[in-house]
Write a protein that binds this ligand. Structure first.
Ligand code: NAP
Ligand code: ZN
Length: 351
């Protein structure tokens, strides 16, 4: 076993504390990664605030991990020591069900093993990337291509794939009008990716202050959702809407913005249930859908797509003692557009 420095919470809504955690000895197919950067996803905040379920403590969040391979198990063939790699939201799945066979491990029939707050194949709780190292089966370790720096790559492992997957699945591309709701971590990647895929992109924001950023990131149009005129003006406009908002919103109002056969895909995961009026769907054969991260093959495809299009996340790098502050800023929608922890600020702490 190796010991890693980490930041954990020991109870709901408590501040982060420095601690140490054990990482298991490598199995033949495991990789030990020295973590360099870890993004802060709003899902980390939902977990820390106990908004989705009862958590097990200590909780070490972090599923936007970028680092360097430090040691490989005896049968590892996909990675070698020194490789630049990433780990996203999953570190295991059954590998045998129909979904796993199709590379859709996120929808594993037996449930995938989450990078943190999950239970691994040894029955141990998983700890995430707010730590100096992690041990992961090689299959769940992604290659970060040359040309994408590790700090701007980290958020691609969740925010990138979570928006890439539905954009691809619902055919974002030339001739398609795509709206993105919310300009945060996921939203800003959705704008960059949809633009790179060739779609006409509109950003819908509850903030009046993000227009310049949205246009710079690749949006063709920007509308403030606080203005009731927006919904009249944009009625029946979009083929696809990606909702990235972390809070409850008026689904019917957004459905009214879809053309006939259009789809509203929810990737935002608010604690409260969302309600839908059936008439919002049946009046124009619209669909209301959801999407969870992406499978391992598609995550690698997304990273390669980002390298080819010179894309990374827009980030603000913070030290490990600023995590609580960063959470407060995310909650105020004051993030431009992903906080990333510089893990070197955790190294060298006393054991
Ligand atoms: P984030 O950085 O906080 O961005 C969310 C954005 O939503 C904000 O920047 C804000 O954009 C908008 N927003 C926030 N509160 C709002 C409110 N009360 N009313 C209207 N708009 C509001 O969060 P994120 O990391 O992108 O994550 C977004 C959501 O996706 C979270 O619920 C997260 O758990 C979920 N998620 C899902 C998956 C998946 O696989 N489906 C994966 C990762 C994350 P504006 O200021 O522009 O309005
Ligand atoms: Zn995430």
């Amino acid at each position: 076993m190796t010991t890693a420095n980490a930041r954990a919470i020991f109870g709901m809504n408590e501040p982060f504390k420095a601690t140490t955690i054990e990482r298991r000895d490598l199995a033949a197919n495991d990789v030990l990664i020295e973590i360099k950067y870890c993004g802060i996803c709003h899902s980390d905040i939902h977990h820390v605030r106990g908004e989705w379920r009862k958590e097990t403590y200590p909780l070490v969040p972090g599923h936007e991990i970028a680092g360097i391979v430090a040691v490989v198990g005896g049968e590892v063939t996909k990675h070698k020591v020194g490789d630049r790699v990433g780990v996203g939201c999953m570190v295991g799945s059954c590998g045998e069900c129909d979904n796993c066979r199709k590379g859709l491990e996120q929808y594993c029939a037996k449930g995938n093993t989450m990078t943190y707050g999950g239970v691994d194949r040894y029955g141990k709780q998983t700890y995430g990337g707010y730590s100096t190292s992690i041990v992961v089966p090689e299959y769940f370790v992604l290659k970060i291509p040359e040309g994408v720096e590790l700090d701007v790559a980290a958020p691609l492992l969740c925010a990138g794939i979570t928006t890439f997957s539905p954009l691809r699945h619902w055919g974002a591309g030339p001739g398609k009008k795509v709206a993105v709701v919310g300009l945060g971590g996921l939203g800003h990647m959705a704008v960059k990716l949809a633009h790179a895929m060739g779609a006409e992109v509109t950003l819908l924001s509850h903030s009046p202050n993000k227009k310049d950023d949205a246009l710079r990131l690749g949006a063709d149009h920007y509308y403030a959702t606080g203005d009731p005129e927006t919904f009249k003006q944009l009625a029946r406009s979009f083929d696809l809407i990606i909702n990235t908002v972390s809070a409850k919103l008026d689904v019917d109002a957004y459905l009214s913005l879809l053309v006939t056969d259009g789809t509203l895909v929810n990737v935002g995961a608010p604690a409260e249930p969302l309600s839908v009026n059936a008439f919002s769907l049946i009046g124009a054969r619209r669909s209301f859908a959801g999407s969870l991260i992406g499978g391992i093959p598609e995550t690698q495809e997304m990273l390669d797509f980002c390298a080819a299009h010179h894309l990374g996340a827009d980030i603000e790098v913070i030290s490990a003692d600023k995590i609580d502050e960063a959470y407060e800023r995310v909650l105020k929608s004051d993030v431009r557009y992903r906080f990333v922890i510089d893990i070197s600020t955790m190294a060298g702490e006393g054991k």
